[in-house]
Design a protein around this ligand. Structure first.
Ligand SMILES: [Mn+2]
Length: 345
């Protein structure tokens, strides 16, 4: 039997900083539709959502109804863990619109299908006692679903010791937004990561995990409508704004305009080269654009410090007051750009 594990879709999240945020929110729902279509095409019998299907309070009725439609139309059985961000309202509404959806509570909830047991609980207080209450039959294929962190108790601790003592075949986790596997004794624990990247902080691959209960194996299926593409380019050879633009254009020519472009500049630049020029040329060409400026500026600090000018005064002030070399260089870089009237990136 095949099962899909997904999590952290965050439907209706505000997406602050994304210009076309409304379109992107619709694409998050489309991503869920695509997952449902994959399930349909591949004979997947169950879909497990390990928390954060909705971005809690932001979820609109229309989005909740759309999710209900997707689940209703699906041949698979859907298991939805809320994750403990605090607001259960959208999930309560989902249940009211969609009788098919299987939910969990603060006690262990077990769903048995043949020799498959899907079991989960919403993490909360007194979890240590709850771990003692977990009762799994080692003859089953036990899939346990939880939303929390494997290292920190700030948010709901996944107790690795307790997990490792249980006959768990697959631990489906949500909360961390990158796909990752962890071994807890013999137990395989997996964070599915996000279904679709929402911003530059979710730069890793997006998609979902497919588990085959017959073989016990699982695989990550990459899926993205848009993705974050990071391009790192050394711009040391640029002697003019146009040369800088050409070097960058060559480096990013393979990146689709549909994607989030995360441009990382490295190397050394003359201080009269304008990054603002580059940003203005490039930023409009992508769905979203972020510039990470890791360049160092080539200038003669002693010469600048000898100038009788506002610039010279600034350099002398930095030299007097900032001792740490890296901090001094960063302050000079930003300050000299500001004095030229450039926006600070
Ligand atoms: Mn999340």
């Amino acid at each position: 039997m095949k099962i899909i594990h997904t999590a952290d879709i965050h439907l209706d999240s505000p997406l602050a900083g994304v210009k076309q945020s409304s379109a992107r929110r619709n694409e998050l729902i489309q991503a869920l539709q695509r997952l449902a279509q994959y399930a349909e095409n591949n004979g997947v019998k169950a879909v497990v959502v390990a928390g954060d299907l909705f971005d809690d309070k932001c979820a609109t009725i229309q989005t909740i109804k759309s999710v209900a439609s997707i689940i209703d139309a699906s041949s698979a059985t859907w298991f939805v863990l809320r994750g403990n961000h605090g607001d259960s309202t959208p999930y309560d509404k989902l249940q009211s619109y969609c009788s098919k959806v299987m939910m969990f509570s603060s006690d262990w909830t077990y769903y048995q299908y043949g020799n498959l047991c899907v079991c989960g609980r919403e993490l909360g207080q007194n979890d240590q006692q709850q771990w003692n209450n977990l009762q799994l039959d080692g003859n089953n294929f036990n899939l346990v679903v939880l939303h929390g962190d494997i290292d920190s108790d700030q948010y709901g601790l996944i107790d690795k010791q307790a997990v490792s003592r249980q006959p768990i075949n697959y631990l489906a986790l949500g909360h961390r937004h990158s796909y990752a596997q962890h071994k807890m004794g013999k137990v395989t624990a997996v964070y599915s990561g996000v279904l679709e990247s929402r911003g530059f902080d979710e730069a890793e691959q997006s998609g979902f995990v497919v588990i085959d209960t017959d073989t016990g194996k699982h695989q990550f299926v990459e899926q993205s409508i848009r993705r974050v593409v990071t391009v790192t380019v050394d711009v040391t050879k640029a002697q003019s704004n146009v040369q800088l633009q050409n070097i960058i254009s060559d480096a990013i020519c393979g990146v689709s305009a549909n994607n989030y472009l995360n441009l990382v500049l490295q190397g050394t630049l003359n201080e009269d080269i304008s990054l603002q020029f580059v940003v203005e040329q490039i930023s409009g060409g992508y769905f979203a654009f972020r510039l990470q400026d890791d360049t160092t500026v080539a200038y003669d600090v002693e010469q600048l410090a000898a100038e009788i000018s506002l610039r010279g005064e600034f350099v002398r002030l930095v030299q007097r007051t900032i001792i740490d070399k890296n901090a001094q260089e960063e302050a000079l870089k930003l300050g000299l750009r500001a004095l030229k009237g450039e926006e600070l990136l």
